[in-house]
Design a protein around this ligand. Sequence first.
Ligand SMILES: Nc1ncnc2c1ncn2[C@@H]1O[C@H](COP(=O)(O)OP(=O)(O)OP(=O)(O)O)[C@@H](O)[C@H]1O
Ligand SMILES: [Mg+2]
Length: 531
Amino acid sequence: MRINEQLKQEIENRKKVEAKLRQSEERLELALRGADLGMWDWNVQTGEVRFNRRWVEMLGYEPDEIEPHVSAWKKLVHPDDMPRMEEVLKNHLEGRTPFYETEHRLLTRAGGWKWILVRGKVVHRDSDGRPVRTTGTHFDITERKKLESQLLHSQKMEAVGQLAGGVAHDFNNILSAIMSYGYLLRNKLRDDEQSRDNIDKILLLSDRAAHIIQGLLAFSRKQHFEFVPVKLNNTIRNIEKLLAKFIGEDVGLRTRLTNKEPAIIADKTQIEQIIMNLATNARDAMPEGGSFTIETEVVEIDENFIKTHGYGEPGIYALLSVTDKGTGMDEETKQKIFEPFFTTKEVGKGTGLGLSIIYGIVKQHNGYINVYSEPGKGATFRIYFPIIKAAAEKEKAKDLPDLSGKAEAILLAEDEPAVRDSIRKILEEFGYKVIDAEDGEDAVEKFAEHKDEIELLILDVVMPRKNGKETFEEIRKLKPGIKVLFTSGYTADIIQRRKILKEDVIFISKPILPNKFLAKIREVLEDERND
Ligand SMILES: Nc1ncnc2c1ncn2[C@@H]1O[C@H](COP(=O)(O)OP(=O)(O)OP(=O)(O)O)[C@@H](O)[C@H]1O
Ligand SMILES: [Mg+2]
């Protein structure tokens, strides 16, 4: 009887202990689950490892798919991360560090990589101090890593932008001076053909340098933009023909535009520039021909998007996607493409500014850009612009005002015959009377002949035999209050820096876009305060 009692007691006790153990095991499991941790328990001497369910599921495997041995585990470590992992582990096993802690990538079942934070500790050593048992956890930090690298990337771009902008600014001043002196010399050396030829070369090269600088300024967001409501689809439709010609017959151009007609706040010229730069790259990536597709969509950037991309403000966006079927890019190239002067093209073929300019423009429009590409599989660039509501209507109203002239006479001074002709044609087409001049002095003479008739001057800033400003000064003496519009191949930014014009003059940069140009002319002619 007493033995029976004892046995009963023992069974009771054992049950209690087992229940406690179960409880504590359950608590451990819940805690691990709550912290989203995978757990491992490694016998360092036999190599056996026990993984918990979360450990395997983190990587997308089924529990029995991973052999319970340390070699199976090591096989999953990214080769680039292996040396560091081995070193950190060795340091801990040999007792030089109190913990084993490292970050490395592990191969998922789907063939991708997950960033894992590994933490552990030797919990049992034999009498000689050799590690016997080591346990620890895994934590998935893939998302954090993505955010970190995104942040690093944007900080780097910011820094490069500041550097580029600073250099461009200083260099621009110097270049402006070189060009001004160049033009002075050119005027002086009119009759010396050889010297004039040399000067022309200097000016031509300076012009090219100015072009590069313009790109850098665009990248570093130091350019002045004119923001108005713009219908994205219209902008694409407007340049579609030109684009098709530009990319050549071997490349099929396709457009798929959303019927939602998204409107964005943008500088139309800059949007065109984005598309042209992307088209240039696509053309270069498809020397044998292929296809080039432009698409627009209306999409939402939500928390999910922000999580996967590591950037973005929630909201509704107009998405412009551009896809080519060209050579594509590897991961390493993709990392660098937005940096100024990064190019894989031969010397003389690319300056590496095309995408940097796009990056700068997109940022200034509060947008985002990303690229999807694999070697041999072409590339898709996606650009997100914040959408405006009800702005589409405004643009319509803006497009509507009558741009045609009321037979006003305009004196047009432009030394480049082709440019002069095209501007004259536009003006005549829209009902203006045009008197043209081929340089500054010619302009002054022609003005004197038609003094009473002429209501507006359109002067190229840079012309032989008197530049735009000098011409204007002289004509103003003949007729104070005459209205004027300056044109130039340089951006307003550069013109202002060169101090060629006062800040408040009205200025149009070439290439002249008829709509903008005609609207400016109406504005100037109808502005009573203009003197
Ligand atoms: N559609 C594309 N397909 C494949 N690679 C591309 C594509 N677009 C850009 N790249 C890569 O990105 C690099 C940088 O492009 P980016 O437009 O900034 O400069 P670039 O074209 O080399 O020179 P630039 O535009 O100044 O003439 C290119 O040299 C090329 O390696
Ligand atoms: Mg390019």
